[in-house]
Design a protein around this ligand. Structure first.
Ligand SMILES: [Zn+2]
Length: 265
């Protein structure tokens, strides 16, 4: 893959994106094209990389054929395969030493091997992780979406080389109602404790945002989260890190993403 020689900064985050991510498909109307189109327009200072769709072979490493057929018959296959391809692209860039943020939809962290729900069809994170597994055996996944990433957890349940941390997610514990931003950030930092990894993947949902459903994190808190993950990755795995868009439904989503990337870069 061509390296960006023009910026003079080899450690700048790449944005994985395609205008095809803006296509319409049958899903909950809150999960619409503006979720990626508006942030993309705000990230013009970064280099964009256009992904290819994930192959059937890539998808089938994670999902059963029956599940894949159901996604096909629901008219979601092309969109979901492109999102998964964006996730693979971000993970591969990260392996090459280029941190990346994949601005993709539909999201993936609720999709398990044989079930789609919660606006998720293919598990983008799991497909990316399994694709790069020959080169990155031990993987830390930090899921900062408001909702518990049940699909990702179910896929890697028996895999001791994958550690998944969901800081204070709503379905796991209602503790989040009693916490503040500093405790959330502490949970992100603690994700790195006691586990040596070859790469860090972030399921980057932004619905914990103050004005979104979660009502907790301010825009500037995402910069601190991004920074904490960058510093953890630099300490543990030579800075190898990538992030995939999951949830986030408020019109400020672009500001949240931009803030996260400013810390993650
Ligand atoms: Zn969510």
């Amino acid at each position: 893959m061509a390296k960006d020689q023009s910026s003079g900064c080899e450690n700048t985050v790449k944005i994985v994106y395609s205008r095809e991510m803006e296509r319409r498909y049958p899903t909950n109307p809150v999960e619409n094209a503006d979720r990626v189109a508006l942030p993309a327009a705000m990230l013009g200072e970064f280099q964009f990389i256009e992904p290819l769709a994930a192959s059937l072979e890539d998808i089938a490493r994670v999902h059963g054929i029956g599940h894949i057929e159901r996604v096909k018959s629901s008219g979601l296959y092309d969109a979901a395969a492109l999102a998964a391809g964006g996730a693979i692209c971000a993970a591969e860039l990260s392996l090459e030493g280029e941190p990346a943020f994949a601005l993709i939809r539909p999201p993936g962290h609720h999709a398990s091997a044989n079930r789609a729900w919660g606006m998720c069809y293919f598990n983008n994170m799991a497909i990316a992780v399994q694709k790069i597994r020959p080169k990155a055996k031990r993987v830390l996944i930090i899921d900062i979406d408001l909702h518990f990433g049940d699909g990702t957890v179910s896929i890697f349940r028996a895999d001791s080389n994958v550690k998944i941390v969901n800081p204070w997610s709503v379905d796991e514990s209602f503790e989040y109602l009693r916490m503040d931003q500093s405790r959330y950030l502490a949970q992100v930092k603690e994700a790195f404790l006691g586990f040596d990894c070859d790469i860090v993947g972030v399921s980057a949902g932004f619905d914990t945002y103050l004005e979104d459903w979660g009502g907790l994190l301010k825009i500037e808190d995402y910069k601190e989260i991004g920074r904490a993950i960058r510093e953890g990755a630099e300490e543990k795995c030579r800075g190898r890190r990538f992030a995939l868009l999951e949830g986030g439904y408020h019109p400020d989503l672009g500001w949240c993403i931009k803030s996260f990337i400013e810390g993650f870069r």
